[in-house]
Design a protein around this ligand. Sequence first.
Ligand code: XBP
Ligand code: MG
Length: 236
Amino acid sequence: WPKLIVFDVDGTLAETERLGHRVAFTLAFREAGLPYEWDEALYGELLRVSGGRERIRHFLEVYRPDDRVAAELLADPERIAALHRRKNEIYAEIVKRGELPLRPGVRRLIEEARAVGIRLAVATTTSRENVEALLAHYGLEEAFELLATAQEVPVKKPDPAVYRYVLDALAVAPEDALAVEDSRNGLLAAVGAGIPTLVTPSTYTRGEDFTEAWLVLSDLGEPGAPARDLRTGEEV
Ligand code: XBP
Ligand code: MG
């Protein structure tokens, strides 16, 4: 058994991107009178950039290169920060409405790990308030010993910094830990810190390359609905 399991949040604990963050970004733009609509296909491309503020900047730079409104926004980091704060408020409302269910097996694994004394932490590039909103909605605010978020570690995945921070803070060796991730960026961050990684791909990350993973499973499995090993096709 590992001594510590470190969970990613977005895409891993819940499918937060498609009906959560994406919708919240688009509503925040609309409220601010900005003509930007992030549909599902576009958001899939934008997800390659981790971090909400970074994602907005990337969109403006790459997808609106000759747009005056975009140029004004890019010149004013405080406006981008304000848009991002408002996006997170809207995201928290979506979470509170119960629109982002936990993925199969997530609660079960958390409870089983706690019962046998395995330590639990979160390593995410998302903002702390987003993680806290999600955990509170599902009564999991006490489940994790440590939440490492964009607040503690501003350098985003695939940089391993957030995983190194967790290992240092909890004094656990990487080989004694297990990471659970859903994306290539997350996998590279965890493996970069030396942590064996279980990947449960999410809607947006299904086609990605997970070569470096220890295991790639459809999900974490529930009694009566076992997970599938996506490399062998076998039930586990
Ligand atoms: C996923 C992300 C985040 C969210 C948006 O992080 O890349 O940027 O899409 O959250 P992870 P913020 O899978 O590591 O949890 O807007 O708060 O950045
Ligand atoms: Mg993720």
